[in-house]
Design a protein around this ligand. Sequence first.
Ligand SMILES: NC(=O)c1ccc[n+]([C@@H]2O[C@H](COP(=O)([O-])OP(=O)(O)OC[C@H]3O[C@@H](n4cnc5c(N)ncnc54)[C@H](OP(=O)(O)O)[C@@H]3O)[C@@H](O)[C@H]2O)c1
Length: 361
Amino acid sequence: MSKRALITGITGYVGRGVARRLLEDGFEIIGLVRNGQDDYEKRVEGLRTDLGESEKLMFIRGDLTDDNALKDLNVEGITHIVHSAAVTRFNVEADLAQAANVDGSRKIFEWAKCCRQLECFSYISTIYACGLVDGEVLETRHHGPRTFANHYENSKFDAEALLQKEYGELPWQIMRVATIIADDDHGRVTQQNAFHNTLKLFFYGLLSLVPGKAEVPLYFVTGRFVVEAIAELTQHCERQSIVHVCHSQDETPTLGELLDLAYDRFSEEEDFRSRNILRPLFCDAESFGLLAGEAEEMGATVMSQSLGSIAPFAKELFTVKDIKNDRFRAALKDYRAPDPKVLLDAVCGHLLKTRWGKRAG
Ligand SMILES: NC(=O)c1ccc[n+]([C@@H]2O[C@H](COP(=O)([O-])OP(=O)(O)OC[C@H]3O[C@@H](n4cnc5c(N)ncnc54)[C@H](OP(=O)(O)O)[C@@H]3O)[C@@H](O)[C@H]2O)c1
């Protein structure tokens, strides 16, 4: 029987990669696309150019915040669903996080119930869905109540809880993904996020204080690793399972190691050295909160913007999580972790060479 997958978030980093990979494996792909800055037709044209013209690649228009998001989508023949659409900004507002990430997910879960040939529903979550906890984080259900660094984390926790509580009949699996910092082990970066932005502030001398503790582990992965894992586990579904798509703590750098490594790498550049930039100092949560609050009151200054970009995830930089990935390691055929320092060095090198995407690589 031919395999047909619905992929939400296909215009995003992960969804697009998974679509490319499943097309290679012979899947028919239906991508959910909403109107963006460009109109729907233009976005679809761009995706066809990127993913390659194929009669196996189809699209449907839909915005998960609309009540009728999936009304034109035929459930017939759908064997797999990869739900990766979400608003992923750490500073997302509470109501938008609820509408897109929780209520939007519910619409996909409901629709999935009508797919009679469904073999696997992969819900793409985050390792930070556990919220502000220290210690072991297991590949099991998170129980509330919990506190979170931001509404993004909270909405992923809520969507997970909804799926587990109300959709037991679906062949779901939850994949909690770590922070993607590069496309692959060579350190190329095509999508920048809070990680890259923080390094940029450091390089340009706008990061004299860092909220957090040096020993906090930062769980990083590459896009290729994540896409391969999602594609493989979606095709070998273990129903009602939860996996952490990440490396283990002993394969993971700490915040202190990241700052040291970035400082040494940046110091190889004359323009960094000439600015006499010092290593940022760690500060406690309360001091950082006060500083960020005061900077915000001063209006749109460079300082308020730089502190404001870190504030939405600052609380996570104080939690020492030991994220377990035993089930994931056992499920994946060729699990391998890169040397974290080599990967970070390659990413810093790429960011420097391209000046965070402003120069040709
Ligand atoms: N990247 C990471 O480091 C990382 C880490 C952990 C977990 N994750 C999870 O992985 C998934 C994919 O992340 P990503 O990095 O690929 O994110 P991304 O590049 O920001 O893409 C998000 C996708 O969701 C779509 N989307 C957002 N709101 C929507 C709505 N209302 N209706 C329909 N589509 C909507 C976006 O469409 P538009 O193009 O129209 O905006 C885009 O296709 C997310 O669920 C995220 O929580 C990612």
